[in-house]
Design a binder for this molecule. Sequence first.
Ligand SMILES: O=C1O[C@H](COP(=O)(O)O)[C@@H](O)[C@H](O)[C@H]1O
Length: 262
Amino acid sequence: MMQPVTPLVPSQAGVTAGTAADASPWLLRPCQDTAQQARELALELADRLRAAIDARGQALLAVSGGKSPLALFAELRRQELAWDRVTVLLADERCVPDGHPDSNGTLVREQLLQECAAAARWQPFFTTLPSQPSSDWSEAELDCLADSANQQLAALPWPLDLLVLGMGEDAHTASLFPAAPGLARALESEQRVAWVRPATAPHARLTLTLPTLLAARAIYLPLSGERKRAVFDQACRAASAEAPISLVLHRALQPVQVWLAP
Ligand SMILES: O=C1O[C@H](COP(=O)(O)O)[C@@H](O)[C@H](O)[C@H]1O
């Protein structure tokens, strides 16, 4: 059944529910611009981390890579909280060596784990990779890498306290890419991590699986730009593996908080 498209009508708090009929509606937060989005989202994420630490003595934070989160990371790393009780990991990683310009892990270490946030514990998906480029890796090699990541991550205090997602203009989120080899397993696996080999983007990837994403205690999706807004509007209509972000929006255990900037 088609879901109604969510109108953007801010409530008094500036947050609106996604759909009245949806069991886990997303929440919309309109922002004036990306600077305000980053500033206010960082304050909210810091409050969430403090609350998790108060409740459970520690916090598990997963962040996304790509180009969008730079302003958010610059604001978040300055927030004063008990960062030494926070473990930071990625929602997804490109299978490239540490220091590569496309490495999400390098981005997080250089842009987020600085200033106050330098005290956080960093949990990478991998530390070493096969020597040839990931485009040449066999499925057995990718299985091996995902198995090793699952072992590394097994001892973390799941579920995620806080998950900050991104979204591509092809409706991928984390590294759940539409129609990609590996996607079917990443959507269903009971493991934390699976591999995906996107046809439309460089590098094989490791990604948190859909069940792992959906179980997060809080999920934020900051978006900006008309093209991403159009993709998001489409994803609101129905849950479909052709638009993996829609699976998160429609099925997350907690309403996804979507922060929309022009
Ligand atoms: O490849 C990826 O893309 C998405 C979106 O990236 P952006 O550059 O459009 O912000 C990102 O969320 C994901 O972590 C990354 O690996």
